[in-house]
Design a protein around this ligand. Structure first.
Ligand code: NDP
Length: 479
C-alpha cells in the first residue's frame, strides 16, 4: 500500500492474492489493509490537507496533475500491459483506457485554475461572495472494470479541488494504481495527499466509509454496496456520490442505418467483456427489422475473437474473476429458460484455463424477465421487440436503473422526442459508449447520484461558503 508517501505492508501483516484472469495464476500479493491501516492513511491525508495541500496555488495543483498525465503517457504501454494482465481486458482497450487517464488528469490540471466563486448582487451597503473550498479528505472506492481510469476520474477532480484522498482499488485489480503511485513523489505530490490502501471491501472499504476524518465518499460499484455505503455514511452525514451501473436500453428504430446499428448493438454490450456500468444490455428493436437484426447480430457475435487479453487480435478477454464468471454463467442459464438463444449461452470450450464466457445473445426477451431487469455485468445481450415510439419508451424506462441509453434513427425529430423522455443520465444518438471527459457522467434512479467528469466532477469535492462583508460604517440600529 502507499501511505504517507511510502510503500508499506498492512499492520496485521496479512496479504491477499491477485490473479491473471486468463491463466488463473497468482501474479502478485498485496497487503490486506484493515481499519488500522485506514487510520494511518486518513491521518496522513488530514495532515497533508491542513499542512499545506489545501493552501497550494491552483497553478501548482494543476502542474502536479499535468505531470501525472505525462507519466501515464510515458508509461502507457507498460501500464496497459499490467491492466490487461490483471483485469483480463483486451490490450487495445487497456491502451485506450491509459489515453483516457492522460486526458482526465490533463483536463483537471487545466480546470484547477478555473474554480471560481461568485459575487452576489446585493445593496451597496454590503458585499456578498460565494467562494468554493475543498471538502477535506475524500474516501474513494474503485471497481475492477476500469481500474486506473476509475481512479483517474476520482483523483483528478479531488486534487484539482484541493482535497486529499484515501483511495481503495478493488481487491481484484489493485496493480495499475499501485504502479502509478511509484511516480507520485516525482510528480510533486507531497506525502499524504494521495494514499492507496488495498484490501477487501468490508474490512478495508468499510472503515473508509465510517472514518471521522474522511468527509466525503465517492463510490463506483454495485447498487447493493452503494446502499450499504449510504447507510453507513449517514451517521456522520457524510457527502456521498454513487455511480451504480444499470440496465441500459439501446433502441433501434427501423429507419436506422442497419449495418451501423448492428455494430452499435454489439459494441454497446460486448466492449470490455460487457463489464461496463453503461452496457447497452437491453437491445430494443422495432418489429419491422427485428428478425433480420437478431440474425445479423448473432452472425457477427459468433465471429468475435475471445482469448487472452494480451493477444492483440483479441476482441473479448476473460471475465475478471471466477466469481464474476460464475455469476454470468448463472444468468446464461436463467436466460436459456427465459428466452430464445441466438448466440453463445455457455463457456468457450477451447480454453483449459481462464474465466471465459461466450458472447451471448438472447431474443424474444420479455422486459420483466430477470435477464432484462438485473445487472449481469458480462457479455449478455437481451433483445426485446417493440412496436412504435411509445412502446419503445415504455419498455426503455421500465427498469429501476437510469444510467445510460441510446437511440438509433435517421429521423432527428423522433430522436429528440425520445431523448427528452428517456430517464437516464447519459443518452447517445446513433452511437453507444463514447465518453467525453468534459461532459457529466452519472445516473438517474437506482443508478446513483452525483456527477463525475467535467466541471460537475469537481463540484463533488467542493463546499460553498457565503461571505458577507459589511460596508456600512454606521452602528447596527438595534438597541
Ligand atoms: P462491489 O460493489 O462489491 O465492489 C466495488 C468496490 O466496493 C470494490 O472496491 C469493493 O471492494 C468495495 N466494497 C465492497 N464491499 C464494501 C463495503 N462493505 N464497504 C466499502 N466498500 C466495499 O462489486 P463486485 O466486485 O462485488 O461486483 C458485483 C457486481 O457489482 C457486478 O456484477 C456488477 O453488477 C456490479 N458492479 C458495478 C460496477 C459499476 O461500474 N457500476 C463496477 C463493478 C461491479 P473489494 O473489491 O475489495 O471487495
Amino acid at each position: 500500500m502507499y501511505i504517507d508517501g511510502r510503500f508499506v505492508n498492512a499492520k496485521s501483516g496479512k496479504t491477499f492474492n491477485v490473479y491473471d484472469p486468463a491463466t488463473e495464476q497468482v501474479i502478485a500479493t498485496c497487503p490486506a489493509g484493515e481499519a488500522a491501516d485506514v487510520d494511518l492513511a486518513a491521518a496522513a491525508a488530514k495532515k497533508a490537507f491542513y499542512g499545506g495541500w489545501r493552501g497550494t496555488s491552483a497553478q501548482e495543483r494543476g502542474r502536479v496533475l499535468f505531470r501525472i498525465a505525462d507519466r501515464i503517457r510515458a508509461r502507457r504501454d507498460e501500464l496497459a500491459r499490467i491492466e490487461t494482465l490483471n483485469s483480463g481486458k483486451p490490450i487495445v482497450e487497456s491502451e485506450y483506457d491509459m489515453d483516457d487517464c492522460v486526458t482526465c488528469f490533463e483536463y483537471y490540471g487545466g480546470l484547477a485554475t478555473k474554480i471560481n466563486g461568485e459575487v452576489i448582487p446585493v445593496p451597496t451597503n454590503a458585499m456578498v461572495l460565494a467562494v468554493k473550498e475543498p471538502m477535506g479528505v475524500a474516501g474513494q472506492i474503485i471497481p475492477w472494470n476500469y481500474p486506473l481510469a476509475m481512479a483517474a476520474w476520482k483523483l483528478g477532480p479531488a486534487l484539482a479541488a484541493g482535497c486529499c484522498a484515501v483511495i481503495k482499488p478493488a481487491e481484484q485489480t489493485p496493480l495499475t494504481l499501485l504502479e502509478l503511485a511509484k511516480d507520485f513523489e516525482a510528480c510533486g505530490l507531497p506525502p499524504g495527499v494521495v494514499n492507496v490502501v488495498t484490501g477487501m471491501g468490508p474490512e478495508c472499504g468499510g472503515p473508509i466509509v465510517t472514518h471521522p476524518d474522511i468527509r466525503k465518499i465517492a463510490f463506483t460499484g454495485s447498487a447493493e454496496v452503494g446502499k450499504l455505503i449510504m447507510r453507513n455514511a449517514a451517521d456522520q452525514l457524510k457527502r456521498v456520490s454513487l455511480e451504480l451501473g444499470g440496465k441500459s436500453p439501446n433502441i433501434f428504430f427501423s429507419d436506422s442505418d442497419f449495418e451501423a446499428a448492428v455494430d452499435g448493438a454489439l459494441f454497446g454490450v460486448f466492449i470490455n467483456q460487457g463489464e461496463v456500468c453503461s452496457a447497452g444490455s437491453r437491445v430494443l428493436v422495432q418489429k419491422e427489422i427485428y428478425q433480420k437484426f437478431v440474425e445479423a447480430c448473432a452472425a457477427k457475435a459468433k465471429t468475435i475473437r475471445v482469448g487472452p487479453g494480451i493477444e492483440r487480435e483479441t476482441k473479448m478477454g476473460p471475465l475478471v474473476s471466477a466469481e464474476q464468471r460464475d455469476r454470468v454463467r448463472k444468468y446464461q442459464e436463467i436466460g436459456r429458460k427465459e428466452a430464445k438463444t441466438a448466440a453463445g449461452g455457455g463457456a468457450p470450450s477451447q480454453f483449459a484455463k481462464g474465466w471465459y464466457v461466450e458472447p451471448t445473445i438472447f431474443y424474444d426477451v420479455d422486459n420483466n424477465a430477470r435477464i432484462a431487469q438485473e445487472e449481469i455485468f458480462g457479455p449478455v445481450m437481451s433483445i426485446i421487440p417493440f412496436k412504435d415510439e411509445a412502446d419503445a419508451l415504455r419498455i426503455a424506462n421500465a427498469t429501476p436503473y437510469g444510467l445510460a441509453a441510446a437511440v438509433w434513427t435517421r429521423d432527428i425529430f423522433k430522436a429528440f422526442r425520445v431523448v427528452k423522455q428517456l430517464e437516464a443520465g447519459v443518452v447517445w444518438v446513433n452511437h453507444m459508449q463514447p465518453t467525453m471527459l468534459e461532459a457529466p457522467w452519472g445516473g438517474y434512479k437506482m443508478s446513483g447520484f452525483g456527477r463525475e467528469l467535467g466541471h460537475w466532477g469537481v463540484e463533488e469535492y467542493l463546499e460553498t461558503k457565503q461571505i458577507y462583508v459589511n460596508l456600512d460604517e454606521t452602528p447596527i440600529a438595534w438597541y
